[in-house]
Design a protein around this ligand. Sequence first.
Ligand SMILES: C[S@@+](CC[C@H](N)C(=O)[O-])C[C@H]1O[C@@H](n2cnc3c(N)ncnc32)[C@H](O)[C@@H]1O
Length: 264
Amino acid sequence: MDKINEIDWYQTPLYYDIIFDVDTGEEADFIEAMHSRHGTGTKQPSNLELACGTGRVMRELASRGWSSAGFDASEAMLEFAWLRHKQMGLKAKLWKDRMESFSVPRAQKFDVIHCLVSTFKYLTSEKNARGCLEKSVKALKKGGLLIIGLHLTDYDHDGITHERWVEERNGIEVVCNTRTWPADPKKRTEKIRSRLCITHSDGLVRKQETHWTGRTYSAAQLKRLINSAPQLQLVACHDFNHDENVTRALDDSYADIVVALKRL
Ligand SMILES: C[S@@+](CC[C@H](N)C(=O)[O-])C[C@H]1O[C@@H](n2cnc3c(N)ncnc32)[C@H](O)[C@@H]1O
């Protein structure tokens, strides 16, 4: 078997961007719909992306006229986000920070704060998850929304879950195979491995893998977390299809959940 390098995927932002960019338009449509239906509805809205990565979602919103800001813990991801904004002639505030303890320059307040694709699960303790909600409450305008999308865990499932994505951009094909091992219900953690096979048009092939640990949530555990922040009220629950017209109950009948929480 070819050698597989163990590397932090976020050190190779281009490959991340190629895989995840496919849903960006739909996610931005959804954020705009939630803002109009449940948020402040202001005509010149502002957004903050928690752990913005390559900045794909905030970039899309900036191109639609939003005043965009984002931060991330990874310098490589931030550098990529900054360059892409620059190449596209878009303005955005970007800085290095952490979800559990962030502070916003000049205490700016936002109409929408968003954190999709299970990124919130990188907050591996209850203290850090609550810290992130507290910081978000501080950074939201009254009536603004915190939108979080995450995959709920079925603690009864004892097999390995496998997902596979294939995307291509400018002659670079990226195949991503992700495995998630059964959760540890006591620690509320799950082990995840993402293995990438990257093929460049000149024939160069790279293989790399990253191991992660995520915090797990059942619907009840997510509800408890939301209830621990009395200034946030659940106003809508959808799924990863990001269809504004399809709502879901916040229960364990569906795994890929997106909640919109309103700042009271
Ligand atoms: C799955 S990516 C999501 C990126 C982007 N939000 C998106 O939707 O494409 C996860 C990102 O979270 C960042 N990250 C992980 N833990 C973090 C933390 N505690 N604070 C800030 N960023 C963090 C990683 O560096 C990475 O860029």
